[in-house]
Design a protein around this ligand. Sequence first.
Ligand code: FAD
Length: 357
Amino acid sequence: CHNSILTGPIETTMCDYETIESVNDELFGNLSELVEKPFFRYFQVDLYRECPFWPDDGSCNNPGCAITSVDEGEYFDLRLVPERYTGYSGKDAQRVWKSIYEENCFGLSELNLMTGKSPAPVSLPDTMIEVLHEDEQESAAQCLEKRVYYKVISGLHASISTHICHEYLNQTTGEWHPNLNCFISRVASHPERLQYIYFDTILLLRAVSRLGPYLSAFDYCSTGTHEDDKETLQTLTKVLDIAKDAGAFDESILFRGENANILKEEFKTHFRNVTRIMDCVGCDKCRLWGKIQTTGLATAMKILFELDETALDPRANSDLLQRSEVVALVNTLFRFSESLKAVDTFRKLWQEMDAAE
Ligand code: FAD
């Protein structure tokens, strides 16, 4: 758990751990208020699509997996569905993660990222691979964009694990509590997983910051009272101010090489597959949060890698995003900010345990 104290610059960003630490309390406070507002609280999604990749989704019958929708059947009140331990596990849950890493992560894994050994490059045309020296092939396979992609996925997985461990159900007493051992084994003992939670937070902050003018002009009416709408905009403005300062992700260094367009298409195809794999998650509650967060991350990456300032101008492009994308983006940022708060709790628990020994 000593590994959970992180300092210094965060790779492929212009930010450091200390900066994120210093803004997270305020960010978390504002986001907590924002996601209570009717506009951000209700998420519309078709939760019961068939899994397109295998016949059975291994439905979880655990009561912790069940959720109910509101009114029209496709809206979910997110405040009634905390992301926490549900009991969804075993081969069905592992099959989903395995498919995400093995088939949709450019062949990258924790092992080959750490050892520097990589699988055969997958994005370059064969003719190009042949002319590359073996070392160059390796670095080509682990190019910046692919590493970013892997961090996004692994960071999401680590954030989900952090939520599970933070609100863990003691099956014997029926009580919910933070489970330090769970956090150590799933996250803290793999420091890079924790680093990627910070990385994803910065990426999301940068996307929110770039979307600032669009978000400020968005129509938040029709979901709450006039007072609600006013407060929504005020709180959002505070979040945007934090995002402007801390969202130091430099998207301009990505997708610049010769094969940029091919790579970008692959990047999109892989991530689209990941969003579709969410239909194979057998636990309703996990599937809902899986869909929200993959939509939130996909929206962030669309904003960073696809859209220029003209496209992001609300006057030129008022229909740029759907409401569900905006709701998902903000709630996903909230999930990550909440994970960082939970990490703080785990650090304190560790210190208490250390002091008691
Ligand atoms: P898993 O978390 O299933 O991990 C499988 C393997 O992936 C590990 O053995 C490890 O080798 C590797 N791995 C683990 N973490 C990382 C990482 N960060 N980066 C890279 N590799 C990693 N369960 C709940 O209780 N509540 C939820 O809300 C919930 N939501 C889920 C959402 C989705 C989209 C999915 C697919 C699953 C969800 N689950 C949820 C299940 C949960 O993620 C675990 O699968 C389950 O708790 C079993 O955990 P595990 O220890 O077997 O390892």
